[in-house]
Design a protein around this ligand. Structure first.
Ligand SMILES: Cc1cc2nc3c(=O)[nH]c(=O)nc-3n(C[C@H](O)[C@H](O)[C@H](O)COP(=O)(O)O)c2cc1C
Length: 186
């Protein structure tokens, strides 16, 4: 059992990363191997909308840009379950989240949809006023739906809710493993 988390804040010890770490701790409590990917540290360009808008992604399920996107994609495909945590920027997912998931949804759309049916935990972390935490999560949910992932939980967190939401993320990480094992509800 392997769980991979993407956290997309530039801060590796902030609210976003803390939520990802908590979810992975919950997964490890049930014996899962875990990996935390700090996506901001990877070279991930924005989609170029090749050709007339549909490029090689549509015909072959692959992106033509030779950066680290493909390696992170493989890590996600090889995982049994996923955690995606975005900081809230302007009431939306972060630019890093968007650049990655924009390309991912195109490749999955045009290819084999290799993530389809995989359980995921999605979290939006608003470290400012807390405004926009729901709209960011709604955008993340939209990506999840297009990718065919199964949302085990969708969680918001702000500085005010941080104490109980860190505990929630840990419990959700364990629930994610149970979902991947097919033992949820048992
Ligand atoms: C460009 C930018 C836009 C932001 N927009 C919002 C926002 O709309 N609402 C909010 O509550 N916080 C906002 N914040 C604060 C981030 O949500 C906060 O930095 C986030 O939780 C990431 O914190 P972390 O780096 O500690 O994980 C913004 C921060 C930045 C840098």
């Amino acid at each position: 059992m392997r769980v991979v988390a993407l956290q997309t804040s530039p801060n590796t010890d902030g609210l976003t990363a803390t939520m990802a770490e908590a979810a992975l701790a919950g997964a490890r409590s049930l014996g899962a191997a875990t990996e935390l990917i700090h996506l901001r540290q990877r070279k991930i360009e924005a989609c170029r909308a090749c050709e007339a808008g549909w490029g090689r992604c549509a015909s072959h399920g692959e992106c033509v840009i030779g950066d680290e996107f493909a390696a992170v994609r493989v890590a996600m495909e090889e995982a049994n379950a996923l955690v995606i945590v975005t900081p809230v920027y302007f009431g939306d997912v972060s630019e890093v989240t968007k650049s990655f998931l924009d390309r991912f949804r195109r490749c999955e759309w045009g290819g084999e949809a290799r993530l389809r049916g995989k359980p995921v935990l999605a979290i939006s972390a608003a470290g400012g006023s807390g405004g926009g935490v729901v709209s960011a999560l709604a955008q993340l949910e939209r990506y999840i739906q297009i990718l065919g992932l199964i949302a085990v939980d969708l969680i918001t967190v702000t500085q005010r809710s941080r104490p109980h939401k860190v505990a929630t993320a840990e419990a959700a990480g364990a629930a994610l493993v149970r979902a991947a094992q097919g033992t949820a509800g048992n």
